[in-house]
Design a protein around this ligand. Sequence first.
Ligand SMILES: Nc1ncnc2c1ncn2[C@@H]1O[C@H](COP(=O)(O)OP(=O)(O)OP(=O)(O)O)[C@@H](O)[C@H]1O
Ligand SMILES: [Mg+2]
Length: 335
Amino acid sequence: MAENPEEPEVEEEYISRYKSVEDLPGVGPATAEKLKKLGYTTVEALATASIKELTQVLGEKTANAIVTEARKQLISVPFMRADEYLKFRSTVERITTGCRGLDMLLGGGVETQAITEFYGEFGTGKSQICHQLCVNVQLPRERGGLEGGALYIDTEHTFRPERIAQIAKNLNLDPKKALSRVIYAEALTSDHQMYLLDHAASQMSEHNIRLIIVDSLIAHFRSEFIGREMLAERQQKLERHLHKLMKLARAYNAAAVVTNQVMAKPDAFFTDAVGPTGGHILAHISHTRIFLRKSPTPHVRIAKLVVSPSLPEGSECPFKITEKGIEDVEVRERK
Ligand SMILES: Nc1ncnc2c1ncn2[C@@H]1O[C@H](COP(=O)(O)OP(=O)(O)OP(=O)(O)O)[C@@H](O)[C@H]1O
Ligand SMILES: [Mg+2]
């Protein structure tokens, strides 16, 4: 396109994002018509389609190729106009945390197509929030869910199916069904953790996954890459892992939630996590960070919005962890 070879081909890339369904390779008018009958009229919708559903009207190979191509369109384009970006953002959805205060802090819940990080000391409720979200994502939209499943990558062996069942029961969901919609994998090493995410795509579409949990994100990396000389390698791997997470979140319109444990020094955390030379590994990735700390009141925790691309930073809210799950703290309970 550009005569000057140094000129980036922005225009062409920009246009490709909003191609119509018919412009995807392998989609002629007849196929487009079939897709339309299933309700798929945009590239964005196709990117998050389940291949199984498309096989109602197409062969599996074709369905697979179309969805793969649609996903490429969705995740490979770096430049676009702000009005188009706004249109793209309108596909972002939210999952309730089950706590009104926490939802407000997050602008309505945990966002899809982005990474939300909960970090704090042991016992501050990071894993409990993850368990709660795994159930909440299954709720109908009018109750704050996305009618989808969850993928849980557990690096510290702290996932408890019994807790999922307990939370589901409290929300009047069938515990057995709720458990069947949480796809679990234990990551044994950092390489294994990366492998799991690299091979998550088929699970994502097969189970309509709308929430990916990595609890905890850094534990393996931190224990395996010790000392300054290994920091660069650790950071590189972590960055690759996070990019993969972000790509999946975009391609499947899923929320990505990661946890990190820290010793009581929130502001020093990222320096610690990636080393003094590292800087912010997540700076260029859409990213919300919530710091959790304990409160003197039993079962109560405080959440603080530390980084947000679009909401006022520094706001705080209390929540409590009970048998039912994550709950609001009534005003009279606050001390
Ligand atoms: N079924 C339950 N009913 C009530 N409280 C519970 C239940 N299960 C866990 N908790 C509470 O949740 C807290 C533990 O929270 P959680 O495991 O989420 O911490 P964490 O931040 O993930 O810690 P770590 O860094 O060690 O992983 C404990 O105070 C525990 O009492
Ligand atoms: Mg935990």
